[in-house]
Write a protein that binds this ligand. Structure first.
Ligand SMILES: *Cc1c(COP(=O)(O)O)cnc(C)c1O
Length: 387
């Protein structure tokens, strides 16, 4: 048997919606009929003020950073343990400086204590990442942000459907970003969304302009101006309505998908509990108030050798388990920005070298699920260095 790390779940209505769109006379470009339906879904269910579908979470992050109006010399704090897009957004969309913070050993999310240590008179924003759809400590982060007048961008790329104290991830900070990339819980190939939680009309209007090639075309389409023209420097960040039609089909199944993933997640957690109790492995802590979406099942080992031994064992058995984020401060691009000392981010470095993701997807059969966990357990029981 061979078990892949992840597979998108494709239901019955994705193709139905795309076909209906193609047969209609409606636009295939952005902000069409299906984009409106998807935006409405988030507005109603997530209680988001403004929803802009984008080509990816990466571009949604760029938009969010642009909307923070950063100047040269400003600083943005974000975790080193994240995907490069989080840092790229700061560098592409502003003249601001990236400042990395370490993560918490148990939750694997940005450590508020390290955020406080990294704040200077130049800090203007924080980008937090909800790792594996497990919420960051938002009360504490918002408290710090308020005290220092910082904007908060939530990178909830992995967090669709997950909540913090009853609120959906992405709806808590000033801006929130979701991803519909092929590897996430809900997909449309490539796609993302920007949530603007401020009610400030100027911010929303600016976002619309930056996303529409720097023009006020969105206003024109609403009939608010009688021609549209170039008013700012922008780019093309709109999701095609063909992909939005696909995405609507996915959203119709989101509860099913996330529940299926959660059942598998809970099964893995239950089976591995005795090994965690013995200290052979550990699992990501789900803090109080966080309702996650079973995006990733991570097993953490004592050291890199042990992690690699299990990874190799599983690979030979046909179970595709992989490591995840490589800390950005130690990457070639991070080093070229002047980061070098791994000592400053000890937890990020340690977690990156000891974390193993095991396969998890909604349509995983019981047979596949049992095969995965039986092999993980066998590796723990038989690899000499692990016993
Ligand atoms: C996947 C991911 C991204 C990038 O998402 P895209 O939609 O592929 O641009 C950004 N941040 C995090 C934390 C991610 O996991």
């Amino acid at each position: 048997m061979k078990v892949l790390l992840t597979k998108p779940y494709i239901g019955k209505s994705e193709l139905k919606h795309i076909t209906a769109l193609l047969r209609s006379e409606e636009t295939l470009a952005g902000d069409g009929v299906y984009s409106k339906k998807v935006s409405l879904y988030f507005k109603n269910k997530y209680k988001v003020n403004s929803v802009l579908l984008t080509t990816s979470a990466s571009t949604a992050l760029e938009l969010a950073v642009r909307l923070c109006n950063l100047q040269k010399g400003d600083e943005v704090i974000l975790p080193s343990f994240t995907f490069p897009s989080t840092a790229n957004a700061v560098l592409l969309a502003s003249g601001a400086k990236v400042v990395f913070a370490d993560i918490d050993f148990e939750t694997l999310n940005i450590d508020p204590k390290d955020i406080k240590r990294k704040i200077t008179g130049n800090t203007k924003a924080i980008i937090i990442v909800h790792y594996a759809g497990v919420s960051c400590d938002m009360d504490e982060i918002l408290r710090i942000a308020k005290k220092h007048k910082l904007k908060v961008i939530e990178d909830a790329a992995q967090g669709i459907g997950a909540k913090y104290k009853g609120k959906y991830l992405g709806t808590i900070g000033d801006f929130g970003v979701l991803s519909f990339h092929d590897t996430k819980n809900i997909v449309c190939g490539e796609g993302g969304a920007l949530f603007i939680n401020s009610k400030d009309k100027r911010i929303i209007e600016k976002a619309e302009i930056l996303r529409q090639k720097g023009t006020n075309r969105t206003k024109f389409l609403r009939g608010e101006v009688n021609k549209y023209e170039w008013v700012d420097v922008g780019s093309s960040y709109l999701l095609s309505d063909i992909l939005a039609a696909f995405l609507l089909g996915q959203l119709e199944n989101i509860d099913f998908i996330n529940e299926k993933r959660m059942k598998i997640y809970q099964h893995f957690a239950k089976e591995l509990k005795p090994y965690a109790a013995r200290g052979q492995i550990r699992m990501q802590k789900i803090p109080k108030g966080a309702k996650h979406n079973a995006h990733i099942f991570a097993v953490l080992f004592e050291d890199e050798q042990k992690r690699n031994a299990v990874m190799k064992f599983l690979k030979e058995r046909g179970v595709l388990a992989v490591f995840h984020f490589l800390p950005l401060h130690a990457s070639p691009q991070g080093r070229s920005l002047g980061f070098s000392s791994e000592e400053d981010y000890p937890v990020s470095s340690q977690v990156a070298s000891t974390l193993l993701r095991i396969p998890l997807y909604a349509q995983m059969t019981n047979k596949e699920r049992d095969f995965v966990i039986a092999n993980v357990i066998e590796s723990l029981n038989t690899i000499p260095s692990l016993k």
